[in-house]
Write a protein that binds this ligand. Sequence first.
Ligand SMILES: Nc1ncnc2c1ncn2[C@@H]1O[C@H](COP(=O)(O)OP(=O)(O)O)[C@@H](O)[C@H]1O
Ligand SMILES: [Mg+2]
Length: 588
Amino acid sequence: MMIRRLPGHLVNRIAAGEVVERPASALKELVENAIDAGATRIHVALSLGGTRAIEVTDDGCGMGPVDMALALERHATSKLPGEAIEEVTTLGFRGEALPSIASVSTFIIESRPAGGDGWSRRIKFGTLASEGPAALPPGTRVRVEDLFARVPARRKFLRSERSEYAACLEVVKRLAMARPEIGFSLDHDGRRTLFVQPGESRPARVAALIDRGLADHAIALDHVRGNARLGGIAGLPTFSRGVADHQYLFVNGRPVKDRLLIGAVRAAYHDLLARDRHPVLALFIDLPGDEVDVNVHPAKTEVRFRDPAQIRGMIVGGLRQALDAAGHRSAPRPSAAALGNWQGPGDNFRGPAIGGSWSMPAQSPAQSSVFEHQRDWAEPSARAEAMTAEPEGSDLFPLGVARGQVAATYIVAEAKDGLVLVDQHAAHERLVLERMRAALAGGAVARQALLLPEVVELDEPACNRLEDHLPELLEMGLEIERFGPRAMLVRATPALLGAGDPKALVADLADDIAAFDSALGLKERLDHVAATMACHGSVRAGRILSVTEMNALLREMEVTPHSGQCNHGRPTWVKLAHGDIEKLFGRK
Ligand SMILES: Nc1ncnc2c1ncn2[C@@H]1O[C@H](COP(=O)(O)OP(=O)(O)O)[C@@H](O)[C@H]1O
Ligand SMILES: [Mg+2]
């Protein structure tokens, strides 16, 4: 066996395997270099999803011919003047990207420092092909063609041009979000697909890159814990998405995808969203360089915190505080699609539509022929009580005064500025949960003993799980005990749930514990249990409420944290503003 020193081009190719796995990772390195060079504008041009060509042009500091030659050597960097990696404030510092990329592509770099001349080098798969003077404005342009053309093993693993492009776009978005002071543009196959001006505020930049609507449905964060700070914006739960792709996390200005951070976000929203919904947010964490290690991953997308518990606590605490302060706010307007369903008589009006969209009777329902007609199909389910005198100060109630109930499920209320519809079950479920939490915070939840203890049959593992949590459940007001191998005996239920179905409650709790036991800490687990209990203890859809009951619900919602969304993140109420009502009638 002979040990040999690998030739430079092989070393570079091995390094490329770590740093460059697809066009998006090469692009990331090039844009990071442009940012580190102090650029104020960065332009990216891609063709065929970056598989044919990637070009990055910046107006940064540039470099002369000598530095350019050095930059293409492995481990040559201008960014680590001393020994301390902790003190690095640039995105790069490993000095590997350029030689690695140049070893697996046709690579052209042109650069010109301020006050100097331009120079260019062309490298084909690791070998210098040509160099010479180049004409360009101060700054740098790097072009990468036919990435992996001579590395079939890599080439084979590239996905469709469309998904390579999507990954490239994501890279530019993340870096553009991190640096709102820099202007970015991106062209794909000659078409401009991203453009943001330099010098934007952080929230404006985030909204421009994620969703313009986010600006109206998000809260600003500013939370300090120890020497760490959390900033950014967090979407309201009602603005959630079905995928977790819209979560942007930055540590000291560096985009990261860190499991600790993602887990903390999930914990902060856990009772505000259903399991398959995900918040939209951009979190910026800033902390001293020696509190975080960014050198744990070749592409620098993972970080290691010195005190992970502190960071997790800051995120959960900061998000919760901000979401608490958002109070009963939810996405305040019905979705455009739902609004579009409001329907007028039109030309072929023959009677009320059955399918859930509203139409209007000619006279008041009580005497109209339309009403008679409708009787043939179904009993109308809308109910209105006589108008009561306005309660004192009703202008002050954001959710208005109850006017009636629709489908025994939705409360219709009149607010100062519009018509409010409330989902009574969703809203009440939230209120019960918040009452439960308040009770827990103040000690234990009051119990109501059952007249006759109830036996609930479950499979053995479910009974075991419940048995492991008897003290927690007791604290929550649920007194149960083991009753043989496959049954539990329920003695008391939380008083604030009222008379419910203890069987269903206990069965659901057993499922819940199975799903969350290992994943969550005690406090979060308690919260889950509370949420499951709340669902069982709340007013069902389909229950007729009196006007007094409805108003009581509205008033409690106004003063209860998070009452704008149910425990699964859906809105509990929507409002149609007077202006929108006027539009529906063509008055505006
Ligand atoms: N766009 C650019 N503008 C100016 N200098 C650059 C640019 N890209 C790379 N360089 C120089 O080349 C060096 C090597 O780059 P790279 O291989 O990405 O390593 P690193 O960024 O880790 O230092 C950098 O340290 C920098 O001095
Ligand atoms: Mg670099």
